[in-house]
Write a protein that binds this ligand. Structure first.
Ligand SMILES: Cc1ncc(COP(=O)(O)O)c(C=O)c1O
Length: 415
């Protein structure tokens, strides 16, 4: 039995798993230089200039790829979500249902609007927002629902779209992790009233910072446009302002980078999907680290995280944190993503809303599944690992097998 690296043995993956990030080359350099040399570094003032800018072109091609009618580039995924909430009409004092198992922004983007986040627990089978928990959280003050496609795996859009329609509530999809994910052959982000994406440095493709709002609704797009451009109407003069808002425009240098990265990503996505399937098959054979369920309705799967469920009974009862430490010592950068359900952050635990907001008494109303999953079960491999070669992917499985073989010893040494 090979000695664990944690106990002084040799590492299975001395060079790690993740490829260097971001991946870029001549196409990104050419695209950025072209805009740089043009001397026009923003998306432009007139409607025509905006449409012909790199941002404008990217908006059209990315929205189409996700089956939406329109896209609007913005400086990041946080602002994208905030704009989408404004565009569907969320007002101060409104409740917005948000996921507990996500990055903080899926919930905190509601706060600048003066609205009240109400958390919905996660489905332990898929780690996505649980439709039943969303429905249970609806009150007469609910004004919108935000769902996330966590890690890039889609939420159950059949049930969620139906329940949003039944309660006549706007639906916003936080797709920061889900570039390219499809549900029943249609891009996520096009099911709700708006979908929002992030292109921050660590995302599946990136312009350092960046984001986009996509929508099938012209009305939602126009409202988002006005909020992002100082309250100008699309057709108004440059010094005509109609609505309170701010400047949320993206630079065209970033637009150019996004166009080039998007082309690269569409090729990468094919190998990432094949590698995910390869890894999932091998891990299912081994047992102990269960991939999220396959589902025929998921016709394409983008990734921010490749998510796995840790089964301690298959590792002699060793806690997930100890298991992760053993894997990391072998060179496998497996983590627990954000580690804490959003409702447990001090930001929310110290927040006080009047008693009538029953769903927003965060110290009393918990989300047991999201809290348990983050604390004990969820394991996440960064999406960049899905670009690794076959030998490295085999090394991932070898690490898990080695830790499993040494599990009893691992437990004894820790206790
Ligand atoms: C689920 C989720 N939503 C929103 C965001 C916010 O995106 P940004 O960092 O571009 O503001 C992130 C960022 O990581 C995220 O993970």
């Amino acid at each position: 039995m090979a000695k664990l690296a944690l106990h002084g043995g040799p590492k299975v993956l001395p060079r790690g798993v993740a490829v260097e990030w971001p991946v870029f080359g001549a196409s990104e350099e050419d695209a950025v230089l072209k805009v740089l040399r043009s001397g026009n570094w923003w998306r432009g003032g007139t409607i025509e200039a905006q449409a012909n800018s790199a941002c404008g072109r990217f908006e059209r091609s990315f929205a189409k790829w996700h089956d939406a009618a329109r896209g609007l580039c913005v400086p990041n995924g946080t602002i994208a979500l905030e704009l989408a909430l404004r565009a569907v009409g969320v007002q101060p004092g409104d409740e917005v249902i948000v996921p507990a198992l996500s990055f903080v922004v899926s919930a905190s983007a509601v706060l600048p609007l003066g609205a009240v986040p109400v958390f919905a627990d996660a489905d332990p089978r898929t780690y996505q927002p649980n439709p039943a928990a969303i429905e249970a959280a609806i009150s007469p003050r609910t004004r919108a629902i935000v769902v996330v496609h966590f890690g890039g795996y889609p939420a159950d859009l059949d049930l969620i779209v139906d329940l949003a329609a039944k309660h006549q509530l706007p639906l916003i999809e936080d797709c920061a992790h889900a570039q390219g994910t499809q549900w029943r052959g249609r891009g996520v982000g096009s099911y709700g009233d708006a979908g929002t994406f992030s292109f921050q440095q660590s995302k599946a493709f990136t312009s350092g910072e960046g984001g986009i709002v996509i929508t099938r609704s012209e009305e939602v797009w126009y409202r988002a446009y006005r909020f992002h451009n100082l309250g100008r109407l699309e057709s108004s003069g440059f010094y005509d302002f109609y609505e309170p808002s701010s400047n949320y425009r993206l630079t065209d240098l970033q637009g150019a980078l996004l166009e080039a990265q998007f082309a690269r990503y569409r090729k990468q996505l094919r190998s990432k999907q094949a590698n995910q399937r390869y890894l999932s098959r091998a891990l299912r054979r081994l047992g102990g680290l269960e991939p999220l369920p396959d589902d025929a309705r998921i016709t394409r799967r983008g990734h921010y995280y490749y998510l796995l469920k840790y089964q301690p009974e298959q590792f002699a009862g060793v806690h997930r944190e100890v298991f992760l430490r053993a894997c990391q010592a072998e060179g496998l950068g497996l983590g627990h993503s954000y580690g804490t359900a959003i409702n447990r952050y001090p930001l929310f635990q110290t927040m006080k809303w009047p008693a009538r907001y029953q769903g927003a008494q965060y110290r009393k109303v918990g989300c047991p599944q999201a809290e348990r999953i983050f604390a004990h079960e969820l394991c996440a491999l960064p999406h960049t690992a899905l670009l690794a070669d076959k030998a490295t992917l085999d090394g991932v499985v070898e690490v898990i097998a080695k830790v499993k073989e040494n599990a009893a010893q691992l437990r004894e040494k820790v206790q």
